[in-house]
Design a protein around this ligand. Structure first.
Ligand code: DP6
Length: 364
């Protein structure tokens, strides 16, 4: 599919108002997206686990208006929020050509997260995908039967396509349990334009795979992901890194089929450290890990060396640590976390989550 396929050609201008509501989850990348081209096209493919409980809940109420331009208000956890507006304004500008009705309505966007906003968990993936899904539901209401928006596969693709234009990783939050984004040879139908559900064989060991997020630092990041991506331009190791991601996706595909957790650990931990290595070798260079991030990594390695555990870690663009492990190890790993890792978490906070099925519409 191309961008042209996502342009809505006509819609029913007689609908005056309505409301739609979605919950959309966060996701955690196993092979990381770091570096992008124009129009939110990734420099390399990525693959993620969709999460289950870390979600954004968004309701959009739309009311017909006569004035020109965009008109919207944002409420976060019940309170009017001006800080989120610029990002949504940019998002609307990027997607207007695919949704011409955006200027025909005033939108009241009411949103909240199931995880604390100040947790340092990126809410852009769940937040942007939730808005994209609400807008798709509005598009569906404005179009008649037989229109492509009424086709579920098209709906998901366009929702992911739009979410990508809000925040790259958001395009991987529409479906579960594993989603690939970015064209690569090992995953058929993969695309730079949207996330694709990973349909190849997945071994039963990954069923209900656990992700416990250790909240090491809840503060605002010193360098945003957007700036970090830009620093991959002219980065001395960029080309090798982009190639490596393709190889890691191909290898991970095999690992997902065989259930070889030793190989899984190698790929996932190496990806996490490579992401941070890219940050440390950018110009300007920066470090998002904190001393406690490293303490936790070392404890996980020591625990693995002492036991036959297959627990491993990954990181996103921050100091928090995602601890990944099979469901069969849940009791032991939680015990290990409580005994040895909680001490490195800010205020002892951590969040237990697991692999999930994707976004859900809430009927009003
Ligand atoms: C490190 O999706 O937040 O989490 O497209 O600029 O919004 P923008 O960036 P964003 O980048 C996420 C990067 C990452 C890795 C990943 O999720 O693949």
């Amino acid at each position: 599919m191309t961008e042209q396929d996502f342009i809505l050609k006509n819609y029913n201008a007689n609908i005056d108002n309505g409301s739609v509501k979605w919950t959309s989850p966060s996701n955690i990348a196993l092979v990381k997206y770091w570096g992008k081209k124009k129009h939110q096209i990734p420099e390399n493919p990525s693959i993620s686990f969709t999460l289950s409980d870390c979600k954004t809940i968004t309701e959009i109420t739309y009311t017909k208006k006569d004035s020109k331009g965009f008109s919207f208000d944002v409420f976060f956890e019940g309170n009017k929020n001006e800080a989120f507006k610029p990002k949504i304004q940019t998002f609307f500008e990027r997607i207007e050509s695919y949704m011409p009705f955006l200027t025909a309505f005033h939108f009241k966007i009411e949103t909240s997260n199931t995880f604390p906003h100040s947790s340092g968990i990126a809410s852009s993936a769940s937040g942007m995908s939730a808005i994209a899904l609400c807008l798709m539901s509005i598009e569906k209401k404005l179009t008649t039967q037989g229109n492509s928006t009424n086709d579920q596969a098209y709906f998901n693709k366009k929702a992911s396509f739009l979410a990508r234009l809000g925040s790259g990783s958001a395009c991987r939050s529409i479906e579960g349990e594993l989603v690939v984004w970015g064209k690569n040879d090992s995953v058929s139908n993969s695309s730079d334009l949207y996330g694709t559900k990973f349909e190849a064989d997945v071994h039963s060991v990954f069923k209900n795979y656990q992700d416990t997020i250790l909240l090491v630092d809840k503060g605002e990041k010193q360098v945003s992901s957007t700036v970090g991506h830009q620093l991959m331009y002219g980065h001395p190791f960029a080309e090798e890194r982009f190639k490596q991601a393709h190889v890691n996706i191909a290898n991970l595909k095999t690992v997902l089929a065989t259930g070889d957790l030793n190989e899984f650990i190698k790929i996932v931990e190496s990806e996490a450290l490579t992401l941070h290595a890219m940050m440390m070798t950018s110009l300007p260079y920066f470090i998002l890990m904190k001393p406690n991030t490293l303490e936790i990594i070392n404890k996980i390695w020591a625990y693995r060396a002492q036991t036959d555990s297959k627990v491993c870690f990954t990181l996103d663009a921050g100091a928090n640590v995602h601890v990944l492990y099979p469901e069969s190890e849940k009791q032991n790993v939680i015990e290990f976390i409580k005994n040895e890792l909680v001490t490195y978490c800010q205020n002892g906070h951590y969040i237990c989550d697991q692999i999930g099925q994707g976004a859900n519409q809430i009927q009003l």
